[in-house]
Design a protein around this ligand. Structure first.
Ligand code: ADP
Length: 401
């Protein structure tokens, strides 16, 4: 079955076309500036050097999806003869709340639920819904599946997801830990089990998804038992621009001192904090590392603070699982940042984590990077959320036939 995977944001949209018979990627692309001047689609046919850019007005998501469909059936740049070759569309949806612990075939009832869940993910779910609606208009007979970022974390026990606030806030408003990046954590955990040739049922895994957004998960017997992101993606690790864990009373203290509204404070914690906030340089680790190498002390401190937090979560999750078999690094920083993996794993031998400094000199491909005598297998596994979405999509469509 050929599957179109859509990851729809408020003004941009990423897509991939996969042939799931051999799990081959056929094409991928990006639409930017939807609803603004200068809307543009960049389309790549895999296996050719061809990167096709097309600037066309795209006032709404419907025009954006139209351009995606045009690109994938284009006689020169496309990969399908016509749209009927497409068996299904898989949509990344950020928030599935407590209702969706698994991917689901989209119908009107599901869309109503997603709409209700927009309250919990106001920045993401509305855009995801726009993408789904636009696809439905253009492909009314093609089955669509929603794959949730939160779903994999729904196996967490209550002690991991309940906050120590009045319990009624959980009951009335659904205030609890949900966790995000679930598709990525699940994908790399599955790969770790395959690479080690050990059943997930017999493994304790910590997955570190370190990108612009970053989270760590504890996965025992294939099930997530804890994760660092919370009610929103703001909790947990220090991120590109998000602060991660802080003392909650800092928010009232700073808003009073700086005369900030709740919304402004939220913006600062989401957009102006993290490694950007500490370093004052950039949210990109490459810039911070370059500055650190030149002797910039704030940049050096930033890297240490980031690593400190990852190490603290690794320690906590080892305690929660009473052991660890595999430690996995993924996403932009996890896959590419040799120095950061080194700082994170440094001096953790008593926890069984022994990085091989030579094997660690690798970027962007699957590898075991621990020493032969390391009790914990440390791995670099590039994530592939789109493949995971496409797999779930095929699975759900076939089950519902
Ligand atoms: P997201 O999908 O959350 O936007 P990614 O997983 O693509 O993020 O990660 C992006 C981040 O990865 C960049 O901001 C950059 O900091 C980091 N990164 C990418 N390549 C490298 C590299 N070679 N060295 C260090 N950091 C890198």
């Amino acid at each position: 079955m050929k599957v179109l995977v859509i990851n729809c944001g408020s003004s941009s949209l990423k897509y991939q076309v996969l042939d799931m018979d051999g799990e081959n990627l056929l094409a991928k692309g990006l639409v930017e500036r939807i609803g603004m001047d200068g809307s543009v689609i960049t389309h790549t046919k895999i296996g050719s050097d061809d990167k096709w850019k097309n600037e066309v007005p795209m006032p709404t998501h419907k025009e954006a999806i139209e351009q995606v469909l045009n690109a994938i059936v284009d006689p020169e740049h496309g990969v399908l003869h016509d749209m009927s070759e497409l068996g299904a569309v898989g949509h990344r949806v950020v928030h599935g709340g407590e209702r969706y612990a698994n991917s689901v075939l989209i119908d009107e009832k599901v869309l109503t639920h997603l709409d209700e869940l927009s309250e919990l993910a106001p920045l993401h779910n509305p855009a995801n819904i726009l993408g789904i609606r636009a696809c439905q208009k253009l492909m009314p007979n093609t089955p669509m599946v929603a794959v949730f970022d939160t779903a994999f974390h729904q196996t967490m026990p209550a002690e991991s997801y309940i906050y120590a606030l009045p319990y009624e806030y959980y009951e009335k408003y659904g205030v609890r830990r949900y966790g995000f990046h679930g598709t990525s954590h699940k994908y790399v955990a599955d790969r770790a089990s395959k690479i080690m040739n050990v059943s997930l049922d017999d493994m304790k895994i910590i997955t570190c998804h370190l990108g612009n957004g970053a989270s760590v998960s504890a996965i025992k017997r294939g099930k997530c038992i804890d994760t660092s992101m919370g009610f929103t993606p703001l909790e947990g690790l220090v991120m590109g621009t998000r602060c991660g864990d802080i003392d909650p009373s800092i928010t009232t203290y700073i808003s009073e001192k700086e005369n900030l509204s709740a919304e402004q404070m939220n913006e600062i914690m989401n957009k102006k904090s993290g490694v950007l906030g500490i370093s004052g340089i950039s949210s990109d680790f490459r810039d911070i590392e370059a500055a650190a190498e030149e002797g910039n002390e704030r940049a050096q401190l930033t890297l240490k603070v980031f690593a400190h937090k990852v190490r603290a979560y690794i320690g906590a999750f080892i305690a929660e699982m009473n052991g660890l078999d595999a430690l996995v690094f993924t996403a932009g920083v996890g896959e590419n940042d040799i120095a950061m993996r080194d700082i994170i794993c440094n001096d953790l031998g008593n926890l069984g984590i022994k990085l091989d400094l030579v094997k660690n000199k690798i970027r962007g491909r699957e590898a075991i990077i621990s020493r032969d005598d390391s009790p914990v297998t440390i791995m670099l596994i590039p994530t592939n959320e789109e493949l995971m979405i496409a797999r779930d999509t095929v699975d759900i469509v076939e089950k519902n036939r």
